[in-house]
Design a protein around this ligand. Structure first.
Ligand SMILES: *[C@@H]1O[C@H](CO)[C@@H](O)[C@H](O)[C@H]1NC(C)=O
Ligand SMILES: *[C@@H]1O[C@H](CO)[C@@H](O)[C@H](O)[C@H]1NC(C)=O
Ligand SMILES: *[C@@H]1O[C@H](CO)[C@@H](O)[C@H](O)[C@H]1NC(C)=O
Ligand SMILES: *[C@@H]1O[C@H](CO)[C@@H](O)[C@H](O)[C@H]1NC(C)=O
Ligand SMILES: *[C@@H]1O[C@H](CO)[C@@H](O)[C@H](O)[C@H]1NC(C)=O
Ligand SMILES: *[C@@H]1O[C@H](CO)[C@@H](O)[C@H](O)[C@H]1NC(C)=O
Ligand SMILES: *[C@@H]1O[C@H](CO)[C@@H](O)[C@H](O)[C@H]1NC(C)=O
Ligand SMILES: *[C@@H]1O[C@H](CO)[C@@H](O)[C@H](O)[C@H]1NC(C)=O
Ligand SMILES: *[C@@H]1O[C@H](CO)[C@@H](O)[C@H](O)[C@H]1NC(C)=O
Ligand SMILES: *[C@@H]1O[C@H](CO)[C@@H](O)[C@H](O)[C@H]1NC(C)=O
Ligand SMILES: *[C@@H]1O[C@H](CO)[C@@H](O)[C@H](O)[C@H]1NC(C)=O
Ligand SMILES: *[C@@H]1O[C@H](CO)[C@@H](O)[C@H](O)[C@H]1NC(C)=O
Length: 410
């Protein structure tokens, strides 16, 4: 990988004559004082190497984290913008978080590693980002509400904040205290060939959370965890999710959108060729009644469900406390959502569940070639739809949708 990258740099350096030689493009963390013994704390060395690489007069500096070494790193934020056109992390070794929440005492508990304000950031390698989340899980309010000082906020393993045209490839993220990868305020982002793994009963350990971001491809990755496999928040558009395997956890979720009455603008989302293995949801959309704005142009295609509790679900009346949200006249408008070529088994009786709003119904829902059966031999499954308008073709169980002509407000 080192040789390949050097060749790429050498062959493309001609337009940048002002920059120094390519040999200066590698910044080895061990040359800046990092000790990869798994015990020595390295955040100052990592900050030092980032600052040097970020300000270096080379076209594409690479921060090199060598293999066969484990670097313990306290919470840190890498700040851009950088001088270079692009900036790279080549991570072949392991980066581990402190194993005790005490290490966050004077820090913001919302993150462990974060990069802010960069263009052309790449994170690549076969390295491991290990959040060592167990101590956080053991004091989470979700599973240990009886603890006096239980915590609801735990660190995201790696946040990408305002990182344009960036990517994460070929990495493993394990045992984050909370969300593994969070992307916010980014325009242009690729996640490819990444593995995310944490226990199915670890609290709030979302795989990838995306919000306020545009033009993203999340592909060829496997995610096993205890919360949403991938979750999509407000102000996200032009997102393609493909060839993802979600195991355990809560499946792929658009939402919850509109919490606290926010204005939702989410559109152009494709979820294709994904496998859901024993997840609690498959293709899920959830919006709060207090929300406004829209969710539109969403396509779910070629999905496989294996023993999934809610394979296909829209909940437009989402409430964090069951039954505690009164019926309102408002809601996030959901339209042009399609489900094509989806098959597999449901762990519960209701395989398709469209719980749309009475005041702001779901429109232009399209279902084609969907076949779901029960994961339990001899049981049947049903489709449960309310206030959902659209067209369906070859749907089992079904039919379910109302025709647009039956609608008062098409
Ligand atoms: C980085 O440093 C490590 C340890 O000192 C060394 O084994 C490795 O060869 C170095 N790699 C590069 C690309 O400089
Ligand atoms: C890394 O460890 C593996 C397995 O222990 C070993 O085969 C390999 O030679 C090591 N590589 C380096 C660069 O030390
Ligand atoms: C912690 O960081 C989050 C987002 O990165 C921010 O919203 C929040 O205000 C920060 N909290 C403190 C106490 O700085
Ligand atoms: C990223 O792109 C946005 C929108 O195009 C722009 O406003 C922002 O300045 C860019 N960030 C950097 C670090 O260049
Ligand atoms: C929470 O309280 C327990 C028992 O008093 C203590 O052992 C633990 O360190 C506390 N945790 C935090 C994060 O304060
Ligand atoms: C990302 O890269 C593309 C292609 O080089 C470019 O057109 C686009 O403006 C870049 N986006 C941002 C936000 O910089
Ligand atoms: C995502 O993939 C599509 C299709 O391959 C491509 O056109 C687009 O540029 C990609 N987006 C990014 C941000 O790389
Ligand atoms: C995902 O799992 C499949 C086998 O189910 C494997 O072939 C593939 O390499 C895995 N991908 C990653 C990124 O771990
Ligand atoms: C989604 O799929 C449609 C139809 O194939 C395509 O036109 C559109 O560009 C795709 N959008 C994204 C964000 O990948
Ligand atoms: C599904 O997950 C179970 C563990 O929960 C695992 O044993 C099995 O291999 C997985 N199947 C696929 C197809 O990934
Ligand atoms: C519905 O969304 C798809 C993308 O999923 C898009 O290609 C199509 O143009 C949209 N239809 C309408 C009528 O906007
Ligand atoms: C439920 O959500 C509301 C509105 O966001 C919030 O005020 C309330 O604290 C939440 N309750 C619980 C138990 O999370």
């Amino acid at each position: 990988m080192f040789v390949v990258l050097s060749l790429v740099l050498a062959s493309s350096s001609s337009p940048y004559l002002a920059w120094a030689s390519d040999e200066a493009s590698y910044f080895n963390v061990t040359d800046y004082g990092a000790i990869g013994d798994g015990r020595t704390e390295n955040s100052q060395a990592f900050l030092k190497v980032w600052n040097v690489a970020c300000k270096a007069s080379v076209k594409s500096p690479t921060i090199y984290v060598p293999r066969n070494k484990t670097f313990l790193v306290n919470p840190i934020i890498f700040h851009g913008p950088c001088t270079a056109l692009t900036i790279n992390f080549l991570i072949l070794g392991t980066i581990v978080a402190p194993d005790t929440p005490k290490s966050w005492d004077a820090k913001n508990a919302s993150e462990w590693l974060a990069v802010m304000n960069t263009n052309g950031l790449t994170v690549d390698g076969f390295g491991v980002i290990d959040g060592q989340g167990k101590a956080w899980w053991d004091q989470s309010c979700k599973y240990h509400p009886q603890l006096k000082n239980c915590t609801t906020l735990a660190p995201t393993a790696w946040k990408f904040i305002k990182c344009n045209n960036s990517s994460v490839r070929n990495m493993r993220f394990i045992n984050s205290a909370q969300t593994h990868i969070l992307i916010t305020g980014c325009d242009g982002f690729v996640i490819q060939n990444v593995e995310i793994a944490s226990p199915g009963n670890s609290p709030n350990t979302d795989g990838i959370h995306i919000q306020a971001s545009h033009h993203l491809n999340i592909t060829h990755s496997n995610i096993t965890n205890g919360d949403d496999c991938i979750s999509i928040g407000d102000h996200t558009s032009d997102l393609s999710i493909s060839n993802i395997q979600c195991t355990l956890g809560h499946g792929i979720s658009i939402g919850s959108l509109g919490r606290g009455g926010s204005l939702v603008q989410v559109e152009n989302i494709n979820v294709t060729d994904c496998i859901f293995n024993q997840t609690s949801n498959g293709a899920r959309i959830k919006t709060w009644q207090v929300g406004t704005g829209y969710l539109k142009h969403v396509a779910f295609e070629r999905l496989t469900f294996n023993n999934v509790k809610n394979p296909i679900i829209i909940d437009q009346n989402y409430c964090n406390v069951s039954g505690a949200c009164p019926e309102l006249k408002t809601g996030v408008q959901i339209s042009n959502v399609s489900y094509r070529h989806a098959m597999g088994t449901s762990a519960t009786e209701i395989a398709i569940n469209f719980n749309c709003s009475k005041s702001v119904p779901c429109h232009a829902i399209a279902i084609e070639s969907v076949k779901l059966t029960s994961a339990i031999a001899g049981k049947r499954v049903t489709a449960n739809c309310s206030n959902a308008y659209g067209k369906e073709h070859e749907i089992v169980p079904g039919p379910c949708l109302l025709h647009e002509t039956q609608s008062k407000t098409p």
